[in-house]
Design a protein around this ligand. Structure first.
Ligand code: G3P
Length: 227
């Protein structure tokens, strides 16, 4: 059973310097404070090196940015599910555009995460991949056209059709799956548009991580969910 509410704003810190080390903890606390003040659920995916320290510092959901379908032991440099659980994370992103995975590994990990009570968000890049990933019955799929990631134009403006079609396709395959969208999302208008297109929230990174006033941006994003 997922601990991620719907709608939700998921902030991926990637490996931005502005969101790493002590700054990862500070940003996670800001997300927690904004979630508390606005009532809008916010989850965070800090850099892997900061996963445990961030999970200890906040009570909002903390997600791993990735997981490998391996067992703990002789798997140097990998990220086993057991390590993610040990860090205190409650779920994971899978198949992020910057960390693509094999479908067999994604399917295996969705099953293992379910057994361990971890939430899963599978990132997708087009409608076909959204369909395939939704059929694995994760908690969420997140449509993110790679060419728009890190840019200034939100997917909800540049390609609203891919968002709406992803919602339709995902729900047809798996009626209970949550659908997020991301890439270029920067403000409350983008979040409101995402909701209007039928999603359960957004997955974003640079708009928050690189903002000069991260709290102000988070408050604006939360306003898009109308709370
Ligand atoms: O995981 C979120 C992401 O890939 C979108 O990045 O910087 O366009 O919000 P960004």
């Amino acid at each position: 059973m997922t601990v991620l509410k719907r709608p939700v704003i998921v902030v991926n810190f990637k490996t931005y310097i502005e969101a790493s080390g002590p700054k990862a903890i500070a940003l996670a606390k800001t997300c927690e404070s904004v979630a508390g003040d606005t009532g809008v659920p916010i989850a965070v995916a800090p850099p892997m090196a900061d996963l445990a320290s961030v999970a200890q510092a906040v009570k909002i959901p903390v997600l791993s940015q990735h997981m490998d379908d391996v067992k703990p032991g002789s798997t140097t440099g990998h990220i086993p599910l057991e390590s993610v659980v040990g860090c205190g994370a409650v779920g994971t992103l899978l198949n992020h555009s910057e960390r693509r995975m094999r479908i067999a590994d994604i399917g295996s990990l969705v099953g293992r995460c379910k057994e361990s009570g971890l939430s899963t968000i599978i990132c997708t890049n087009d409608i076909g991949v959204t369909r395939a990933c939704a059929s694995l019955e994760p908690d969420f799929v997140a449509i993110e056209p790679p060419e728009l990631i890190g840019g200034d134009v939100s997917v909800t403006t540049a390609n609203p059709a891919i968002v709406k079609d992803s919602v339709d396709v995902a729900r047809k395959v798996c009626p209970n799956v949550g659908v997020l969208c991301g890439a270029g999302v920067k403000n409350g208008v983008d979040v409101a548009k995402a909701a209007e297109l039928g999603t359960d929230g957004v997955l974003l990174a640079s708009g928050v991580a690189k903002a000069s006033d991260q709290r102000k941006v988070l408050l604006d994003l939360a306003s898009g969910l109308g709370k």
